[in-house]
Design a protein around this ligand. Structure first.
Ligand SMILES: [Zn+2]
Length: 734
């Protein structure tokens, strides 16, 4: 690939037109290069970050050269904005997409027949239809511009299979040059674009990916709501008016929850995701673009084609999908060239969820393994970017294959000295490495962390690891913190995770020796400890006694073994976790445990209660506890409404969820004792009917109760009644 070509200079007549039509008196270097290629009828690849003036590269030559330039674009919104903008400038442009009416299509054909159009926008699907070339009969087509060309590549972030067939257009328009444009492309994606679109000795223009006016920060995710509030508040002007900002979330439900929580806290925000109707999305977009609303909470569906230039902050409430997404999404801040702030709230849990989402989406869409692999690589890359304390500007620029020359950028958390680096990083790293070495590189992260903190778990005892010389050399640190350090060392390639066996094992990486012998100073960063939960271990949303759960699992497995059934068939881990949390003191109280049927209680109740009782008295642990759920934004937005005595239906419509989702939360609130009166949601007569049925039939299955109540009491009400049962009987007996 050669990027140096002799440039035809731009004719003065072109510059005159540019001034007259667009009001520009000069071009940026990269625009000039791309336009020169177009005027010389050469194929071109134009890589320009958002806000770089990309569309001018084909619009201006289209007007200058005459004829009808075809523009392929993946999004209706994008096409509409461009066509509207061109018409504002007096340039005859039109689009043909799924939103065009028959009359519009007829007009368009008429305009083409009279050779009146300079630019014609179409989706890739439309361009690939058989009759497409016929539309242009009698027109000269000097160029085909393919916008968002990264859609051609499965390595890119918006792979669209139809894009791969666009090379076919060449056959119908043999004299047209092809210009592929994208705001974001790594070397790999660039090569893919060139190959897939079969560009002929193309001119390649890549402008700088650095956005010096953006300040990048990556903070541990602690409390998304208050972290977002702090950033919004920081960007208010003297009269309290907040500045334009975008908050990106991973899932639609995250968008709904966060926007509700922000609204509840008195902020003016609007939500945006692909699950909303076309009208709702349009309204949200218009409100934001026209500055009626300053802050939009959105999934990645938001932003393409949004031209608002005075966005002062972009928050990633969770990890973006890839470096390219991050670059593109943060690129929407500060397009006016003024300073803007980009904050990413990082949590390893989000990285894990994202991997899960990809796997599910691959199964749903029957995607090939290569796609899954490339998505996983992209997640690893962004996770590494987040965790390594290296200048953010440098990492982004280098990721896109460019050289970053400054030592310090002065506009990222690392260079501004905001990152809390551990003073004894080297000693800690050496301790971890020597532990991996002493354990012969045969164990995974958890086992190594356990040895380092001197855990007295049964696994340690079973393996005799207390006798290792590295046992307990990081005593006093939390297991989650040590695991985080190990993760940081892995990202820095000082440790490696291998997948040789069924089990990921830690091995010394290529740089380990240099750290052990002191020639390399590793940098470990302090992470907010409250953010680090041993999430790999927790199996329930509520808190439970881990040791008791282990005992219950042992007991269940023994019984299952005797009965020759699978353990989870006998009793699920979820039931056991709830038992370990509530620790019921009598067979009577077992009835409140979710998923424990009356038959199971009759058969195993005595054994379970006996086991729990002896554990609790031996350990002096209190029995009959409510379930305790950790606080979260989501739970709070339900809790507030329960306290206001709103009906299930009202809350469901407030929060844009189903009534059964509302019920799920209501049940949690009843179980943890925060709600002691359920009369808003179920009458006392209904309660009595459910309890009578449950008495006879047990509370393990809902459908027999539902039938016994002659289908007159909804499943949601039955769930509420059963959750309330222990409180109800307490109230009666007390
Ligand atoms: Zn920096």
């Amino acid at each position: 690939m050669s990027t140096t070509i002799a440039l035809e200079s731009i004719p003065p007549r072109f510059l005159k037109m540019l001034r007259e039509v667009w009001g520009f008196s000069q071009l940026r270097d990269s625009q000039e290069k791309a336009i020169a290629a177009a005027l010389a009828n050469r194929d071109a690849l134009v890589v320009m970050p958002t806000g770089g003036g990309k569309s001018l590269c084909y619009q201006a030559p289209a007007v200058y050269r005459g004829g009808c330039t075809i523009v392929i674009s993946p999004l209706i919104a994008l096409m509409k904005d461009q066509v509207d903008g061109l018409r504002q400038l007096g340039i005859p442009a039109a689009r043909w997409d799924s939103g065009s009416s028959n009359q519009e299509k007829r007009d368009l054909i008429e305009q083409l027949r009279h050779q009146q159009l300079r630019l014609f926008f179409a989706s890739p699907e439309r361009a690939l239809q058989k009759d497409f070339a016929d539309l242009f009969r009698g027109n000269q087509v000097p160029m085909i511009a393919i916008d968002e060309a990264h859609c051609v590549s499965q390595w890119g972030h918006d792979f669209r299979p139809e894009y791969r067939q666009l090379a076919q257009l060449r056959r119908h328009f043999p004299n047209a040059s092809v210009m592929a444009l994208t705001a974001t492309a790594t070397q790999k994606v660039r090569i893919d674009i060139l190959e897939q679109l079969k560009l002929r000795s193309p001119d390649i223009t890549v402008s700088s990916f650095d956005r010096p006016n953006l300040t990048y920060r990556i903070l541990p995710q602690v409390d998304v709501l208050s972290q977002c509030q702090a950033i919004i508040d920081r960007h208010r002007n003297a009269s309290g008016q907040s500045a334009g900002g975008i908050i990106y979330c991973m899932r639609r439900t995250d968008v709904d929850q966060l926007s509700i929580a922000l609204k509840d806290a008195g902020y003016s925000v609007v939500g945006y995701h692909a699950g909303l109707s076309y009208q709702q999305r349009q309204q949200a977009q218009d409100a934001f673009v026209n500055e009626k609303v300053q802050v939009v909470v959105a999934t990645v569906a938001f932003g393409m084609g949004i031209d608002r230039s005075n966005v002062r902050f972009v928050i990633h409430a969770s990890v973006p999908k890839s470096m390219e997404h991050y670059q593109q999404e943060t690129g929407r801040a500060g397009r006016d060239g003024l300073n803007a702030e980009c904050t990413l709230l990082f949590s390893s849990r989000d990285v894990k969820s994202m991997r899960g989402l990809i796997k599910n989406s691959a199964i749903e869409n029957n995607a090939p393994q290569t796609w899954v692999d490339s998505q996983m690589v992209q997640i690893e890359e962004i996770a590494t970017f987040c965790k390594l304390p290296v200048c953010r500007h440098r990492r982004i620029v280098e990721y896109f294959g460019q050289v970053y020359s400054s030592e310090k950028c002065g506009a990222c958390d690392v260079c501004l000295g905001e990152i809390d680096v551990l003073k004894d990083s080297k000693v800690i790293a050496q301790k971890i490495l020597s532990c991996v070495h002493h354990m012969q590189e045969r164990f995974g992260t958890n086992a190594i962390a356990d040895v380092l903190i001197g855990s007295n778990s049964r696994e340690i005892q079973r393996r005799g690891h207390e006798s290792l010389s590295t046992f307990g050399i990081l005593k006093g640190h939390k297991r989650a913190v040590v695991r985080d350090w190990i993760e940081q060392l892995t990202m820095a390639k000082i440790l490696l995770v291998t997948q040789d066996s069924n089990y990921p094992l830690l091995k010394l990486g290529p740089l380990a020796k240099e750290v052990l012998f002191g020639s390399l100073e590793p940098v470990l960063v302090r992470t907010v400890e409250s953010n680090l939960k041993d999430s790999s271990k927790s199996i329930a949303r509520f808190a439970y006694d881990e040791t008791l759960l282990e005992r219950l699992i042992d007991w269940r497995n023994e019984v299952a073994d005797k009965q020759k059934v699978a353990p989870y068939v006998l009793m699920s881990d979820g039931v056991l976790a709830e038992l370990a949390a509530r620790r019921p003191s009598s067979i009577d109280r077992l009835t409140g445990v979710t998923g424990l049927g009356s038959k199971q209680i009759a058969q195993h109740g005595a054994a379970i209660v006996g086991l729990i009782e002896s554990y609790c008295s031996f350990k002096s642990v209190p029995m009959d506890q409510p379930l305790r759920f950790p606080p979260s934004i989501l739970r709070d937005s339900y809790g507030v409404r329960f306290k206001q005595n709103r009906s299930l239906q009202q809350i469901a419509s407030d929060l844009n969820v189903t009534e059964s989702t509302v019920t799920k939360y209501l049940v949690e609130y009843i179980l943890d004792g925060s709600i002691s009166d359920v009369s808003v949601w179920i009458t006392s007569e209904e309660l009595d009917r459910v309890y009578q049925a449950a008495e006879k039939l047990g509370s393990g299955l809902l459908s027999p109760i539902y039938e016994a109540c002659e289908s007159q009491i909804s499943y949601n009400k039955i769930r509420i009644a059963l959750a309330f049962r222990p409180l109800h009987s307490q109230a009666r007996s007390g």
